[in-house]
Design a protein around this ligand. Structure first.
Ligand SMILES: Nc1ncnc2c1ncn2[C@@H]1O[C@H](COP(=O)(O)OP(=O)(O)O)[C@@H](O)[C@H]1O
Ligand SMILES: [Mg+2]
Length: 248
């Protein structure tokens, strides 16, 4: 049984059809990348996988470990092992990173004590070079890059079964891409069974976490899939070059 199976997914946002029939199957331990131009529906797919209420599913299904999750709220999906790193992480005033993460660990049923959990959390935030940030309000006053680092530190801590990373590399300078790339490599080494869905514009991050499959999304559909080499071709030829003659 596949870890994730997306079947003919059609999704509407505010009266506009955005996803027009997406099919995607991710096996346990596989890394998939979705690339595509702005506005093609990549973030919409990520939000629907996590259960954002603004996105209305008109048709199709999302199966996680063989069961439909479309009727489950986001926290229930998180408990089952789905994690989303947002393209634009939310700022939450009045709540510290450590408080939110402690709650998350409790709801996952971890029996670690508060001090032990704090040490673990701090260790992973240190991997991303932002150890002190665990006592700050969530994303408040963080730079774009620091928000992304924080999302990855949360992934390392929570060890999901499926990590959906929406443009984790956008807004990062070259050094930060290296840090984030190395952290994702570490996450995969510590947890080889984890599957990843990397949504990205740029091939660069895929040199760190090499995808088993690469998909190109255009106008709400996956129009082309291939191996790692497809990401290299995209970098060379661009979306227009690569989709020429596909009728999209
Ligand atoms: N919350 C929303 N409200 C209105 N329109 C939205 C919303 N989210 C996405 N869209 C629209 O859906 C389309 C796809 O957006 P998105 O999924 O963010 O694309 P991508 O991540 O590939 O750039 C765009 O035209 C965008 O304007
Ligand atoms: Mg997006």
């Amino acid at each position: 049984m596949a870890l994730l199976e997306v079947k003919n997914l059609k999704v509407k946002v505010e009266d506009t059809l955005i996803l027009k029939g997406v099919d995607l199957t991710i096996e346990r331990g596989e890394v998939h990348a979705i690339m595509g131009p702005n506005g093609s529906g990549k973030s919409t797919l990520a939000m629907v996988l996590m259960g954002h209420p603004e996105y209305e599913v008109l048709e199709g299904d999302v199966l996680f470990e063989g069961e439909s999750v479309l009727d489950l709220p986001p926290d229930e999906r998180a408990k089952r092992g789905i994690f989303l790193a947002f393209q634009y992480p939310y700022e939450i005033e009045g709540v510290r990173v450590s408080q939110m993460m402690w709650k998350a660990s409790r709801s996952l049923g971890w029996d670690m004590g508060p001090m032990e959990f704090r040490r673990l959390l701090r260790r992973y935030y240190e991997v991303l070079g932002i150890g002190d940030f665990i006592d700050r309000e969530i994303n408040v006053g963080f730079s774009g890059g620091e928000k992304k680092r924080s999302e990855v530190a949360q992934l390392l801590t929570l060890k999901p079964k499926l990590a959906v990373l929406d443009e984790i590399d956008s807004g990062l300078d070259i050094d930060a891409v290296r840090v984030v790339g190395a952290a994702l490599t570490k996450a995969k080494e510590e947890n080889p069974e984890m599957s990843m869905l990397l949504i990205t514009h740029y091939q660069r991050i895929l040199n760190y976490v090499k995808p088993d499959r690469v998909h190109v999304m255009v106008d709400g559909r996956i129009v082309l899939s291939g191996g790692f080499e497809l990401s290299l071709r995209l970098e060379e030829e661009g979306y227009e070059g690569i989709t020429k003659g596909l009728g999209v």
